[in-house]
Design a protein around this ligand. Structure first.
Ligand code: SF4
Ligand code: SF4
Length: 119
C-alpha cells in the first residue's frame, strides 16, 4: 500500500495536498482492481510505467535513456526537480528509505532528513 502511494514520476501522493483534500485519486490507485482504466489515463508517464508493471520510473531499465521522463523533469517549476530527486533517491536508496522520508512531508515532495544510520 505505501509504495502504491508513490507516483510513477516520483511525486508522493500520500502527502500531496490535493490527494489529502480528496480532490485526486492518486497516481496509481484503482488500476489493479479495475476501478480505473489505464487506457483512459491522460499522463503518458503513468500509462507507460503501469503498462510495464513497474512501481515507478525508478525501476525502469530504460530510465537513463527515457526522453519522456527527462522532458518532464526538465520543466521549469521547482517541483519537477524534486520529482526527479525522488526517483533518483529511490534508485540509489530504495523504496523503504524513501518512504521513511516522504511520510514526513506536507506535500508531494520534501526534504530527505532521515539519519543515515536509519536508512
Ligand atoms: S504526473 Fe503522471 S506519473 Fe506523475 S504523479 Fe501525476 S499522473 Fe502520476
Ligand atoms: S520508459 Fe520512461 S516513462 Fe516509461 S516507465 Fe520507463 S522511465 Fe518511466
Amino acid at each position: 500500500m505505501p509504495r502504491e502511494m508513490i507516483g510513477c514520476c516520483g511525486a508522493y501522493c500520500k502527502t500531496c495536498k490535493v490527494y489529502v483534500q480528496g480532490l485526486c485519486k492518486g497516481c496509481k490507485t484503482g488500476y489493479d482492481t479495475g476501478e480505473r482504466d489505464i487506457s483512459k489515463a491522460k499522463c503518458a508517464i503513468k500509462v507507460c510505467c503501469i503498462r510495464r508493471g513497474l512501481s515507478s520510473c525508478a525501476d525502469c531499465e530504460a530510465y537513463g535513456d527515457c526522453g519522456m521522463v527527462s522532458a518532464f523533469y526538465a520543466h521549469e517549476s521547482y517541483k519537477y526537480k524534486k520529482y526527479k530527486q525522488a526517483t533518483e533517491y529511490i534508485r540509489a536508496q530504495g523504496y523503504e528509505a524513501f518512504l521513511r522520508n516522504a511520510d514526513c512531508w506536507n506535500g508531494a515532495y520534501g526534504a530527505y532528513n532521515v539519519p543515515a544510520e536509519l536508512k
